[in-house]
Design a binder for this molecule. Structure first.
Ligand SMILES: Nc1ncnc2c1ncn2[C@@H]1O[C@H](COP(=O)(O)OP(=O)(O)OP(=O)(O)O)[C@@H](O)[C@H]1O
Ligand SMILES: [Mg+2]
Length: 298
């Protein structure tokens, strides 16, 4: 187990940070930690890394106690915080050298490769970098020593689409190399795209943990079937897991929860001209967990 928390709870005075979070992240996974602003993502991450102490509960990272073995953990983890604090007067390169020395040296060729791929100019002063470029610097310092575990707190904010793609490629390569990734996000398509498992946190509580594939299979699909004559609505309204059946002329629309099997078999009794199925959307699943509050999630 790469990350394990038990009853992890943090109150800031009386204010809720996180409550009773039980997390398991297994080796080699890309685990997405999904939740809207203020849900408790950064609080969880800061607790894992011992930047703040939990009110109660405990955490182990790489099998080590998050508090007692904090230094050992930091040596083996790459971390991008939600809010980066950097040294404005250094250049990007000087900062990375400084971090690399703290880590007892890294493969500088790899640093150059990372900078190249993320389209990052190493030689400029940190204070002159845009926020997206600061974010890239944060990513480079997290990846540069090829850590066993990457803990990334909303790493893609501020990155443009091309750089984001390159970052996703880096994640994939990290996974292939056996590294584990714990990544927080409030962006559903992103998690859907890059993660194996997702934990959903809401108002400080972990409300669901699922394989991304399982979530998708539960998702609602919107289906349009076009027949060669008037749509046979009656055949579809009583099918299991099928709702919202409506028809206009030859077009039948419905929403299917689960597999399409029953619908396809029913449709096959007629002549089907076309069939359009929208990709199951995690947004629908998310809505069922979050209800109205999903409006806060982009
Ligand atoms: N230093 C602090 N003092 C008091 N309350 C805090 C502090 N840090 C966080 N909180 C509160 O704890 C809760 C969780 O915040 P946290 O920063 O962990 O959320 P988050 O999921 O990372 O949100 P975001 O997506 O905005 O980064 C919020 O209600 C926040 O107001
Ligand atoms: Mg945060």
């Amino acid at each position: 187990m790469i990350i394990q928390t038990e009853g992890l709870t943090k109150y800031y005075g009386k204010a809720r940070g996180i409550i009773d979070v039980d997390l398991l992240v297994m080796e080699g996974q890309i685990f997405g930690f999904l939740g809207p602003n203020g849900a408790g993502k950064s609080t969880t991450i800061r607790t894992l890394l011992d930047f703040i102490r939990p009110t109660r509960g405990r955490a182990t990272v790489l099998g080590l106690d998050s508090h007692r073995d904090m230094l050992k953990i930091h040596a083996r983890v790459g971390f991008v915080p939600g809010e980066l604090a950097l040294y404005p007067k250094l250049t990007g390169e000087q900062f990375l050298h400084y971090m690399a020395n703290l880590r007892g040296g890294v493969d500088w060729e790899f640093v150059r490769e990372l900078a190249d791929r993320l389209d990052f100019e190493l030689e400029r002063k940190i204070k002159s970098y845009s926020s997206g470029n600061k974010q890239k610097l944060g990513l480079i310092q997290a990846f540069m020593h090829k850590p066993e575990l990457l803990i990334l707190d909303e790493p893609t904010g501020g990155l443009d689409p091309l750089v984001r793609q390159e970052f996703y490629a880096l994640l994939k390569e990290a996974k292939q190399a056996g590294q584990t990734v714990f990544l927080s996000s409030h962006n559903l398509p992103e998690v859907e795209r890059v993660c194996d498992r997702v934990g959903i946190i809401r108002e400080g509580r972990l409300i669901a943990v699922e394989e991304v594939a399982a979530l998708k299979s539960k998702a609602l699909r919107h289906l349009v079937i076009v027949f060669d004559g008037p749509a046979p609505v009656q055949d579809f309204i009583n099918l299991p897991d099928v709702r919202d059946v409506s028809a206009v002329n030859s077009h039948l629309r419905c929403t299917v929860a689960g597999t399409l099997d029953a619908v396809v078999k029913q449709a096959a009794r007629h002549t089907v001209v076309n069939m359009i199925s929208e990709e199951p959307n995690l947004e629908d699943i998310f809505l069922t967990f979050y209800g109205k509050e999903a409006n806060h999630v982009s």
